[in-house]
Write a protein that binds this ligand. Structure first.
Ligand SMILES: [Zn+2]
Length: 175
């Protein structure tokens, strides 16, 4: 990595703490009664949550690298949530106050948005909505459950691989 690449890495991409630090949506704006963990996509390393009718996604950009390290699933997940992440929320605030635009253009977004919030947030303040703020601030409480799902998905894959091997045995073979 040269200096420019390093600088770019600092300017673009974001980790959990950076997103929390530049957020202007405090936790006091939100009572997390209805926030529910809704599972993972083991392939894209994305964690899903539901809050009422809104969907939140947190993608762990470095999980693939981190999963090769030694350690248990909880420890690896802890590292991954504090490393580079990408986020999305389907609430109106995330879209209309320009968070989705900033996220996409600063490389912490999951879904593309190219329309700048010229009227509602011309100075591009903030980073994430109250739902994501709450989640990133309290992600530790969800780690055991999420880690178990990553573990289970890995076990499932091993079983599938074994099945494929078994199925690929020549059916004409006589035992
Ligand atoms: Zn939201």
């Amino acid at each position: 990595m040269n200096y420019n690449q390093y600088l770019q890495k600092l300017l673009f991409e974001a980790n959990r703490q950076e997103l929390l630090d530049i957020s202007n949506r405090g936790q006091n704006l939100f009572t997390p009664k209805s926030i529910k963990y809704a599972g993972i996509s083991p392939k894209s390393k994305t964690i899903y949550f539901k809050t009422g009718k809104y969907l939140q996604k947190i993608r762990l950009s470095e999980y693939r690298q981190i999963s090769r390290l030694r350690g248990d699933y909880d420890e690896k997940l802890e590292l991954a949530v504090n490393d580079e992440i990408k986020v999305y929320c389907s609430c109106p605030d995330f879209l209309y106050s320009g968070q989705q635009y900033m996220a996409w253009n600063l490389d912490y977004g999951i879904h593309k948005e190219m329309r700048p919030p010229d009227i509602r947030n011309p100075k591009l303040d903030g980073s994430i909505c109250k739902h994501l703020y709450y989640l990133l601030n309290n992600i530790d409480t969800y780690i055991p459950k999420i880690a178990k799902d990553f573990y289970d998905s890995r076990v499932d894959r091993k079983i599938r691989k074994k099945k494929i091997k078994f199925n690929s045995v020549d059916p004409n073979l006589k035992f």
